[in-house]
Design a binder for this molecule. Structure first.
Ligand code: FES
Length: 168
């Protein structure tokens, strides 16, 4: 009888130790994942910090040649158009009304629409987010469709809210 009690107690102790170990491992894994998500979300390899929100003009097109993109502001929305020509990658210039490629003469509309080649398609867009009052562009990925960030509804990820972006 005593022997049986002892072995039951030993089994319970072992079980408790395993349970505690698993819980600790789970907690540690959660912490590692949190750090990993935070690092990859705004990793400098993918995300480029552009400027403070208060530095943005109210409307118009603001080419940032050193960042290879142009910010387009329209009725409370903002988008980022890639300045890399879809022909051979030359940097296109913003001219009043559209974008012009100096290399082989492709012309693009004010939202990057393809007006004339040899470029095969419209200029790409980059996703935008707001973090700690500053605007960031996902320069690691180009999107074929326009992607707008609604400034009036965009949360600040640095304050624990999601920035909102949608296509169209
Ligand atoms: S690289 Fe732009 S038209 Fe050729």
């Amino acid at each position: 009888m005593n022997e049986e009690k002892m072995s039951r107690r030993r089994a319970l102790k072992r079980f408790a130790l395993w349970g505690g170990g698993l819980a600790a491992a789970g907690g540690f894994l959660g912490m590692v994942l949190d750090v990993w998500f935070a690092a990859t979300r705004f990793s400098p390899a993918h995300w480029t910090e552009l400027m403070a929100l208060e530095e943005l003009p109210a409307r118009g097109t603001l080419p940032l040649y050193e960042r290879k993109l142009a910010l387009v502001l329209r009725e409370g929305r903002i988008g980022a158009i890639s300045l890399e020509c879809t022909h051979l990658g030359c940097l296109v210039n913003w001219t009043e009304g559209g974008f012009h490629c100096p290399c082989h003469g492709s012309e693009f509309g004010p939202l990057g629409e393809l007006w004339s080649g040899p470029a095969p398609r419209a200029l790409a867009w980059h996703e935008l987010r707001v973090r700690r009052g500053r605007l960031w562009a996902h320069t690691g990925r180009r999107q074929p469709e326009p992607s707008w960030l609604n400034l009036s509804r965009a949360g600040d990820e640095g304050q624990g809210h999601e920035g909102e972006s949608h296509h169209g």
